[in-house]
Design a protein around this ligand. Structure first.
Ligand code: ADP
Length: 191
């Protein structure tokens, strides 16, 4: 469970203060898909970045499964971050590597040292995100929705307990948006 309690974030710029997040409270239960909607500049990215402490709040508390984030040691925070995956609008792929190679790299980073195990897991992840048959394609040969599916497979390689999608579909056409929304719902059901 994620609990955000009276959280504010103020950016102190040279000549003015920007209140990016103003006293926000919300709870997200395990298994929920929770959407945050608002105008550009409303503070959505800042808010979600505080969940993995890429940004720290100036006021209020954030708890994950009852643990208050700003009371964690640097080591505990690093461990927590490995369980929180983040998907951005720009896909975060290596363009010189194929679908399989991109996913395998994510598994390598996740600490799977055995090559055979990695390749087995690549197959499973490719299948999970519906890219079977496109393993050897390069990102430039894929549609936006397919590229984002590769990025999602890379995040799933970490076996995250929380996935944050920050405008993950905003670069996609309507078909791509639908594809990714369906995939997210499917993954959430299957987990
Ligand atoms: P959204 O994701 O809803 O578009 P953001 O969280 O990106 O909104 O931004 C909220 C407000 O905080 C905006 O006014 C933005 O300019 C400001 N802001 C975001 N990041 C920074 C930063 N690193 N330094 C200063 N101001 C920032």
């Amino acid at each position: 469970m994620i609990e955000i309690k009276e959280v504010s974030k103020i950016y102190d710029l040279k000549n003015r203060k920007v209140v990016a997040v103003d006293n926000v409270s919300l709870s997200i239960n395990n298994g929920d898909i929770f959407g945050i909607i608002g105008y550009s500049g409303a503070g959505k990215s800042t808010l979600v970045r505080m969940i993995n402490q890429l940004e720290t709040q100036d006021k209020g508390k954030i708890l994950i499964n009852g643990h208050e984030l700003n009371k964690l040691s640097p080591k505990q925070l690093r461990q927590l971050r490995t369980k929180i995956g983040m998907i951005f609008q720009h896909f975060n792929l290596l363009w010189s590597r194929t679908v399989s190679e991109n996913i395998e790299l994510a598994l390598q980073i996740a600490g799977i040292k055995d090559k055979h195990k990695r390749q087995q897991r690549v197959k499973e992840l490719v299948d999970l995100v519906g890219l079977t048959g496109r393993e050897n394609a390069y990102p430039s040969e894929l549609s936006g929705g397919q590229k984002q599916r590769v990025a999602i497979a890379g995040i799933l390689a970490m076996s995250p307990s929380i996935i944050i999608l920050d405008e993950a579909t905003s670069m996609l056409d309507p078909k791509g948006k639908k594809e990714i929304n369906n995939l997210v719902h499917q993954l959430n059901k299957d987990k």
